[in-house]
Design a protein around this ligand. Structure first.
Ligand code: OAD
Length: 259
């Protein structure tokens, strides 16, 4: 039996009460949310490379950059394939499901994710901002060809556009690229409308677009909740910190609302 920390239980009740009252809730999510689905976190995956370099002797950030995709598509596609392999067949976990079931007619849930695995949508979340894109949406570098690929398995690498034979790419944000403007604009519109409660779950990211909504919440006196086993750059701003895995923590919070 695990010993329960009474202070932590008290926090579950308090955050449960905040969730019950909230009309607009933002979840900012990172790789940690998909960890319990069996997808390695970004830090976990890169730590597997000695000296932080891939087996091709280059940094992950270099092989997955827009420059490399244009100059050496076979090299980029080798690592895009590995990324796709890591999400292939993976299913949403309790964390994704909890965020989805918290949606109700009186409570809008928004998810701004850095994950490219689509597990939030597969769990049923409707308002998802895919800040880093989606690995399964494929577009041609030259023409208007666009297709959704459930898997990259049995693809010739690098793949070519069936319409014009040019190179293809997934609609993800590669290193050296800006975030998708339409996604940013839609997210910014919701941020302007404000949130009643902001969660940061499973991310260590230092990107401003990930940290700014937390900073804005802290400035406006909106409660901030962090769910992460580790201390992160936003931990000091959190009014509540749950230092456990996202799945169990969010499921327990949803249970506070009788869900
Ligand atoms: P990271 O891999 O940097 O961080 C994963 C976070 O998840 C860490 O803070 C872990 O402590 C936490 N974590 C691990 N298991 C968890 C669990 N079961 N429940 C909750 N938290 C858990 O991933 P991100 O912060 O998402 O960008 O990385 C952000 C970006 O860094 C990536 O999207 C990528 C990279 O640069 C691009 O590709 C553009």
């Amino acid at each position: 039996m695990t010993l329960q920390n009474p202070a932590m239980n008290h926090d579950f009740e308090k955050v449960g009460a905040l969730l019950r009252q909230a009309r607009r809730v933002l979840f900012i999510t990172g790789a940690g949310v998909s960890a319990e689905s069996g997808i390695p976190t970004f830090r976990g995956a890169t730590a597997a490379f000695a000296d932080g370099l891939t087996e091709d002797g280059l940094a992950f950030e270099e092989v997955l950059s827009i420059e490399t995709l244009q100059r050496n598509p076979a090299l980029s596609w080798k690592y895009l394939f590995k990324l796709e392999q890591s999400i292939r067949g993976r299913a949403p976990n309790a964390a994704h499901r909890a965020m989805a079931v918290l949606q109700s007619p009186g409570r809008d849930i928004f998810v701004a994710t850095q994950n490219i695995d689509e597990l939030h949508q597969r769990a049923g979340s409707r308002n998802v901002f895919e800040l880093h894109g989606n690995l399964r949406r494929i577009i041609c570098l030259q023409c208007k060809y666009t297709k959704y690929w459930e898997t990259y398995a049995s693809l010739p690498l690098p793949p070519c556009c069936p319409l014009c034979q040019s190179g293809l790419r997934p609609e993800v944000v590669l290193y050296g690229e800006s975030l998708p403007p339409a996604v940013l604009a839609a997210f910014s519109q919701e941020q302007d409308r404000g949130f009643d409660l902001v969660f940061s779950v499973g991310t260590t990211s230092l990107f401003l677009y990930v940290i700014e909504p937390v900073l804005a919440a802290a400035r406006r006196g909106v409660p901030v909740v962090e769910v992460n086993p580790d201390i992160t750059p936003v931990s000091g701003l959190a009014d509540f910190r749950f230092a456990g895995p996202a799945g169990g923590t969010l499921a327990k919070l949803a249970a506070q609302l009788g869900i």
